[in-house]
Ligand binder design. Structure first.
Ligand code: ATP
Length: 237
C-alpha cells in the first residue's frame, strides 16, 4: 500500500481508495467497483463525510429489522469485502445474519477469493459459492443465489447494490435494506430501508447501535437526507 501519512487531511478517503485498489489487485474487487466507489464519494462529500442523524436512524431501524428476522442475510460483493471485511463478519454475528457472496461481475475465482477473505476475518459459513436457486426476473449470472440464504431470506441487506437486483428482491416480497450514498439511485428508491452513509461508517455503527423503537418511513427518511444535502450545499454556496 502507498504510504499515506495519517496527518494528510484526506487520510481516510485516500486509505479507503487504497483498500479498493488492493481489492482489485487481489482479485476481489472489479474495476467497475472503483467507478462505483467514485460515485459514492461524490455524495459523501455533500453530506460532509459523516453519519448524519437521519442515516443513523435508518441504521438503527435496519438493526431492528435484521434482529427480528427469521432468516436475515447480508449480501457481500467485491467492494464490501475490500472495505469492511472484518466489520461485516462482526455485524453478521451480532445480527445472527448469514453471509452470502453475490456478484454483479461473477467469476468463480472472485467468488472464492471473497469467501477466503471473509473466512480470514472470522466467518464460519459463507453462502453463494454453490448456488442452487435463481432470483426471478434477472439474467442467469446475476440471478444465482443460495436456497438457504438470499432465496429464502425474509430480510436481506444488500449494500452497494445494483438497482435491478434490489428491485427483483423486493418483487420476491423480501424486506430490502441497502447502504448507498446516492439517495437517488434505483436501489435507494426501491429499498425498504435506505442507509445513506459510507459503508466504512455504517457497518461499524450498526455493530454498536441499539435497535430503533419508533416508527420509520423510508420515504420520509430519504426526503430528510435530500433536504440535508440541499441545505448543506446552499450554506456552502
Ligand atoms: P442503481 O443501479 O441502484 O441506480 P448505480 O448504477 O449507481 O445505482 P452501482 O454502481 O451498481 O449502481 O452501485 C453502487 C452504488 O453504491 C452507487 O449508488 C454508489 O453511490 C454507492 N456506493 C459506492 N461506494 C459506496 C460506499 N463506500 N458506501 C456507500 N455507498 C457506496
Amino acid at each position: 500500500m502507498t504510504d499515506i501519512p495519517e496527518s494528510h487531511p484526506r487520510y481516510i478517503s485516500l486509505k479507503t481508495r487504497e483498500m479498493l485498489v488492493e481489492g482489485v489487485e487481489e482479485g476481489i474487487t472489479s474495476k467497475a467497483g472503483l467507478i462505483a466507489h467514485g460515485r459514492g464519494e461524490a455524495f459523501d462529500y455533500i453530506i460532509g463525510e459523516e453519519t448524519i442523524s437521519s442515516s443513523e436512524r435508518a441504521e438503527r431501524y435496519a438493526v431492528k429489522l435484521m434482529k427480528e428476522a427469521k432468516n436475515a442475510v447480508i449480501s457481500v460483493n467485491g467492494n464490501v469485502a475490500a472495505l469492511v471485511p472484518d466489520s461485516i463478519v462482526k455485524l453478521s454475528e451480532r445480527l445472527d445474519a448469514k453471509l452470502e457472496v453475490n456478484l454483479f461481475h461473477r467469476t468463480d475465482k472472485r467468488m472464492e477469493k471473497i469467501e477466503g477473505k471473509l473466512r480470514d476475518n472470522g466467518a464460519e459459513k459463507v453462502l453463494g459459492l454453490e448456488p442452487d436457486e435463481k432470483i426471478p426476473g434477472l439474467d442467469h449470472a446475476r440471478a444465482l443465489c443460495s436456497s438457504e440464504g438470499i432465496y429464502s431470506s425474509d430480510v436481506v441487506m444488500v449494500p452497494l447494490e445494483d438497482g435491478d437486483r434490489a428491485q427483483a428482491l423486493s418483487a420476491m416480497g423480501k424486506t430490502v435494506i441497502t447502504i448507498d450514498l446516492n439517495p437517488l439511485s434505483r436501489t435507494s428508491q426501491v429499498s425498504d430501508v435506505t442507509i445513506v452513509d459510507n459503508i466504512i461508517r455504517a457497518v461499524p455503527n450498526m455493530i454498536e447501535l441499539e435497535p430503533l423503537d419508533e416508527s420509520f418511513s423510508n420515504e420520509e427518511n430519504l426526503s430528510e437526507v435530500l433536504r440535508y444535502m440541499s441545505s448543506r450545499l446552499l450554506k456552502l454556496s
